[in-house]
Write a protein that binds this ligand. Structure first.
Ligand SMILES: CC(C)(COP(=O)(O)OP(=O)(O)OC[C@H]1O[C@@H](n2cnc3c(N)ncnc32)[C@H](O)[C@@H]1OP(=O)(O)O)[C@@H](O)C(=O)NCCC(=O)NCCS
Length: 142
């Protein structure tokens, strides 16, 4: 697709677009910082985004979203792969769609750092959905 760009540096106007989508999609909107994000743009408009939160002992992939007309075209996967490279510590996420993340190298785990336990509590209490939240860790096959 022409005019598609993977953005490792996010401008203030792109950041504002992302923040609006995070609210629209009911994603984790806590303490958003533009340098945490990677994104994909099409003709200067954000179509996919996600962030790496660096905690004291681990990294967390979160606030991942793709605009509705652009879903199922590989843009979410592109962002996840960029974020995996951006993470600097053992990488975790909390989600309701483990089958999406398994082919990307994540496995469901039962043991995780306290910051991820807190994230699980936030999701369960504040982002209420019928599906069960699970914690996953990035464990690339060697
Ligand atoms: C979940 C989401 C990020 C996926 O992004 P996407 O760009 O549509 O997905 P991709 O095109 O990268 O999909 C890659 C693969 O995962 C599959 N897939 C997509 N959504 C899936 C889902 N919800 N569950 C399982 N597999 C899924 C695709 O079919 C594709 O498979 P293939 O490689 O065999 O063709 C997007 O649907 C979205 O923004 N949803 C709303 C917000 C959300 O749920 N965010 C995640 C919070 S943890």
């Amino acid at each position: 697709m022409p005019n598609i760009e993977l953005l490792h540096t996010i401008s203030q106007s792109s950041f504002e677009e992302i923040v609006a989508y995070i609210s629209l999609f009911d994603l984790d909107n806590r303490a958003l910082q533009k340098q945490e994000f990677a994104a994909v743009s099409h003709q200067q408009n954000i179509i996919a985004f996600g962030r790496i939160k660096e905690h004291p002992t681990c990294s967390e992939l979160c606030s991942l979203g793709v605009t509705e007309p652009k879903r199922l075209q590989g843009f979410g996967k592109t962002v996840v792969q960029a974020l995996i490279k951006k993470a600097t510590q053992p990488l975790f996420l909390v989600c309701i769609i483990p089958d999406y993340f398994k082919p990307l190298g994540f496995e469901i785990c039962e043991n995780y750092p306290i910051e991820i336990a807190e994230k699980l509590r936030y999701c369960t209490d504040e982002l209420v959905v019928p599906e069960k939240y699970v914690v996953m860790q990035y464990k690339p096959k060697v």
